[in-house]
Design a protein around this ligand. Structure first.
Ligand code: ZN
Length: 437
C-alpha cells in the first residue's frame, strides 16, 4: 500500500514499518542491524557515486531502494532482496530474475536469518550491480516518491553523521575530503600504482574517525606529494594494530601524475597549514578542499604543464620531468608557444641535472667541482644535436662532466660514445617510467 508524502517523510513511521518487517520474520537484533547497515551503506555509496540516480521509498510493508530503474535493495516482508551480478554468489542466496536496465545483474534473495553470514559476502557483487544499474537515469516517478523518513530513521538508528537527513543533495553534496597517508617501504605506493583504474579495494587504510562512506581521500606519500585520490567505501572501525587509529576501505583509486609536491601546495595555498608540517591525517576546510581538488584536476589534465617556471625551481624531480616531457598545446598561439618552449627548455635542463644528482651520467664520476651556490657542476649535452633535428626531450639530453662533454664533441670514436650515451639515457628513463628510482 502506498503511503502519503507526510508519512514517507516521517522517521517514526519508518521505524514502525521496520519493526513490523523484522517482527513478522522473527529476526534477531544482530541480523536486523546488519540488514539496516547494509541498506544504509548502499544508499551512501550510490549517493556518493551517482547522486542523481537513486531513490528510496517507504511502503506500508517494505522499503525499496532504487538505482536507475532497478530495485537495488528491497527490505521486507520476509526477505532482503539484493541486486547482484552474475552467478558469483555464496550458497544460501537464491537468484531471481534478470533486468534489462542493469546489464548482467539479477535479483537475489537473502533470508533474514542468514543475513549475518551472507550480507558481507555479497557487498562487492552488489556494488558492481549498482554500477550496471546506474547507467540509466532514475525515472521521475521514483524520485518523486523519495522518502526522507527512511534516511532519517536509518541514520539516527545507526548513529551515522548527517546534518540534514533525507535530502539526497545534502547527503551527496556534503562528502568531506580527507588527506590520508601512504608509505613507500610498506608497499602502499606500489599498491596504489597497481590499483589505479582497476577497482581494487584497500581494506583497512588509516582514515579520520569522522570519515563517512562516499567521502573522498587524497593520499599523500612523503617525498612524492599528493599521489592518488580515492573514495571511502566502508565506515571506519578501530584498528586493532594501532591504538586510537581508525581504518576504512578505500576504492576508486586514481593516481595523480605527476604527484603534486608539497612545495607547489605551499606556494599556491599559503593558507593551508598542513602543507608546512604534513605529519598527520587531516580533514581540510571546504574552501581548502575545493582548491586542492582543482589543483589535482588541472594537474591530471595538463600532466605537469600546469607548473610555472618559478614553481619548477622548487618542485619535485617528478614534476620537473613531467614539465620537460609536456607537449605544447596545439591551440597555443605563437607567443604562448614561445613561452611554453622556453619553460620546457628550462625544465629539461633542470630535470637532467636533478636526475644526474651530482654524478656524470656517462663516466659516473662525481662532478669535478661545486658552483658558488654549492651545486655540483655538470653540463647538459644533447646527444643528437638540435641542429640535426634531435628531439628536445629528456630522452635526448644527458647530464655530463665537462670532460665527457668535450669528449662527446671532439673525441676519436665519438659515434660509439653517442650510441653509449643514447643507451644510458634510455635505461635511466625506462627505470623512471616504471616508477623505480
Ligand atoms: Zn664524465
Amino acid at each position: 500500500m502506498k503511503l502519503t508524502a507526510d508519512e514517507r517523510a516521517d522517521p517514526s513511521v519508518c521505524a514502525r514499518i521496520v519493526d513490523q518487517i523484522f517482527h513478522e520474520a522473527n529476526v534477531g537484533s544482530h541480523a536486523r542491524r546488519k540488514c539496516l547497515r547494509f541498506l544504509a551503506d548502499s544508499i551512501a555509496y550510490a549517493a556518493a557515486h551517482w547522486p542523481d540516480r537513486w531513490s528510496v521509498t517507504l511502503y506500508s510493508d517494505y522499503i525499496r531502494f532504487n538505482v536507475g530503474w532497478v530495485e537495488a535493495i528491497v527490505l521486507g516482508p520476509k526477505v532482503l532482496a539484493v541486486l547482484v551480478i552474475g552467478s558469483d554468489i555464496p550458497k544460501g542466496v537464491r537468484l531471481r530474475g534478470a533486468y534489462a536496465r542493469a546489464r548482467g545483474a539479477r535479483g537475489a534473495a537473502v533470508p533474514f536469518h542468514r543475513a549475518n553470514a551472507l550480507v558481507p559476502r555479497i557487498q562487492h557483487t552488489h556494488r558492481e550491480a549498482m554500477r550496471a544499474a546506474a547507467t540509466w537515469r532514475t525515472g521521475s516517478g521514483t524520485r518523486n516518491a523519495h522518502s526522507a523518513g527512511v534516511i532519517t530513521y536509518l541514520w539516527r538508528t545507526l548513529g551515522l553523521r548527517t546534518k540534514a537527513p533525507g535530502i539526497e543533495s545534502k547527503l551527496a553534496g556534503a562528502p568531506s575530503l580527507h588527506i590520508v597517508q601512504g608509505g613507500v617501504e610498506n608497499g602502499d605506493k606500489r599498491w596504489l600504482e597497481r590499483a589505479t583504474g582497476r577497482d581494487l579495494v584497500a581494506k583497512n587504510w588509516v582514515v579520520p574517525k569522522s570519515a563517512r562512506v562516499g567521502d573522498s581521500v587524497v593520499i599523500y606519500i612523503r617525498g612524492h606529494g599528493c599521489f592518488a585520490t580515492g573514495k571511502i567505501s566502508s565506515p571506519p572501525t578501530p584498528r586493532t594494530d594501532r591504538p586510537n587509529r581508525y581504518g576504512a576501505a578505500i576504492d576508486s583509486v586514481r593516481l595523480i601524475e605527476p604527484a603534486v609536491s608539497l612545495e607547489v601546495l605551499r606556494r599556491r595555498m599559503p593558507e593551508f597549514q598542513w602543507a608546512t608540517y604534513p605529519r598527520s591525517i587531516t580533514t581540510p576546510s571546504k574552501p581548502i578542499a575545493k582548491k586542492l581538488l582543482t589543483i589535482i584536476e588541472v594537474r591530471r589534465k595538463q600532466k605537469g604543464a600546469d607548473l610555472e617556471q618559478e614553481e619548477l625551481k622548487t618542485s619535485s624531480l617528478e614534476e620537473l620531468r613531467a614539465a620537460a616531457l609536456a607537449k605544447a598545446v596545439p591551440a597555443a598561439n605563437a607567443h604562448q608557444r614561445k613561452v611554453i618552449q622556453r619553460k620546457r627548455e628550462w625544465a629539461i635542463k633542470a630535470y637532467v641535472l636533478g636526475r644526474a644528482d651530482g654524478c656524470c651520467e656517462y663516466c659516473r664520476e662525481d662532478a669535478p667541482f661545486r658552483t658558488e651556490k654549492g651545486q655540483p657542476y655538470l653540463e647538459c649535452h644533447h646527444i643528437l644535436r638540435l641542429a640535426d633535428c634531435g628531439p628536445d626531450s629528456p630522452y635526448n639530453v644527458i647530464g655530463v662532466c665537462p670532460n665527457c662533454h668535450r669528449r662527446a664533441h671532439f673525441a676519436y670514436g665519438r659515434r660509439k660514445i653517442k650510441d653509449q650515451m643514447k643507451n644510458r639515457v634510455r635505461g635511466i628513463e625506462a627505470r623512471r617510467t616504471r616508477g623505480r628510482k
